[in-house]
Design a protein around this ligand. Structure first.
Ligand code: P6P
Length: 337
């Protein structure tokens, strides 16, 4: 029987490989893992705990805020606001930066960005949802963290990951040295290392996109989609299977394990696409990169994009490297015409 490795033990083992480490970063990762356990508990019993149904509040995206959204957001804020490890936070559910109380912010070295419950519109249908997070070092010198601390390019991330709340709850993260997956054993209350050193398989099986929007995509993206379906007469290929959950984290996770590409391109109604750069696309791009994959907006690599604003959107192609590069090639070839 393999040795049981909890996420805490794994984080500590990684810390020991950095003699200069002070443990602050490790404790920040512990805090996120604990928040994930709390959110998992509520997500699992959402229907029972009457957490379903609209909170009646409208969030910054103009969407009715699910009570579970609010709960996940509050949990992540509460777990990190007074730890002294964070200089500033930002969330999909909060319009501006989330300042840290003066008493706890000024020594905080890190910046935490998150989408507390991505895909939450699926909660009522009992479909998988997820948390996405990214961690930067602060670039401001002292005092309370700033908006600029939150608008760093993804290549400056020091850690990123996601939690997928599904048939089981998994936390997958990287600190830039491999991607590791942990499955929550609810009877122990522990995340156990179940998927060490995750890498995209060389053979990709799935493509994930909302083809209801296909007529609104560019010529290049439409042609790319036909290639994925084995229907581009000029570029013969084996058809791939379509899988689209409507929950980015669920699609991303399946494609990471089974090989595939997820894309939410720009369309004539949404020239910048739908997904957010700072707390959705960049953290997942960091994970994809360290699992041997790639993420692009169709022209630029996601990790190279310098954010202009907290909630800016970006087109997103993410998954197996060759599938994302192929999308860039189709866009290069057919969208410039
Ligand atoms: P559509 C959920 O709202 C989300 O942000 C992603 O999790 C998901 O992949 C996408 O939007 C679904 O969007 O337009 O296909 O319903």
């Amino acid at each position: 029987m393999d040795r049981l490795v909890t996420i805490e033990r794994h984080i500590l083992n990684q810390e020991h490989q950095h003699p200069e480490a002070t443990g602050v970063f490790s404790n920040l990762l512990y805090d996120i893992a604990l928040a994930a356990k709390i959110i998992a508990r509520e997500t699992r019993r959402a229907g029972l705990a009457q957490l379903l149904g609209m909170a009646g509040r409208i969030n910054v995206q103009g969407e009715e805020q699910m009570k579970l959204d609010a709960f996940a957001n509050e949990t992540l804020i509460r777990m990190n606001a007074e730890s002294g490890r964070i200089a500033v936070m930002a969330s999909e559910e909060s319009s501006g930066i989330i300042p840290i109380p003066e008493a706890h912010c000024c020594n905080g070295r890190y910046v935490l960005l998150f989408d507390p419950l991505d895909g939450s519109s699926n909660v009522e249908a009992n479909v998988s949802v997820g948390t996405i997070f990214g961690i930067y070092r602060r670039i401001s010198q002292s005092g309370p963290g700033t908006l600029a601390d939150c608008l760093q390019p993804g290549r400056a991330l020091v850690a990123a990951g996601y939690v997928v709340y599904s048939t089981s709850t998994m936390l997958v993260y990287t600190t830039g040295r491999g991607v590791d997956g942990f499955t929550l054993d609810p009877t122990l209350g522990e995340f156990l290392l179940t998927h060490p050193n995750l890498r995209y398989p060389s053979k990709a099986n799935y493509y994930s996109a909302n083809q209801g929007n296909q007529q609104y995509w560019s010529a290049g993206v439409q042609r790319y989609t036909r290639w994925l379906q084995g229907m581009d007469p000029d570029e013969p290929s084996n058809p791939m299977a379509a899988r689209y959950v409507g929950s980015l984290v669920a699609d991303f996770h399946r494609n990471l394990l089974a090989g595939g590409v997820y894309y939410y391109p720009a369309d004539i109604h949404n020239p910048s696409g739908k997904l957010r750069l700072v707390y959705e696309s960049a953290p997942l791009a960091f994970v994809a990169q360290h699992a041997g994959g790639l993420a692009s907006d169709g022209q630029r690599r996601i990790l190279d994009i310098e954010p202009d604003s907290l909630h800016q959107r970006t087109p997103l192609f993410i998954g197996n490297r060759e599938l994302v590069e192929r999308a860039e090639q189709y866009i290069q070839r057919y969208d410039q015409l």
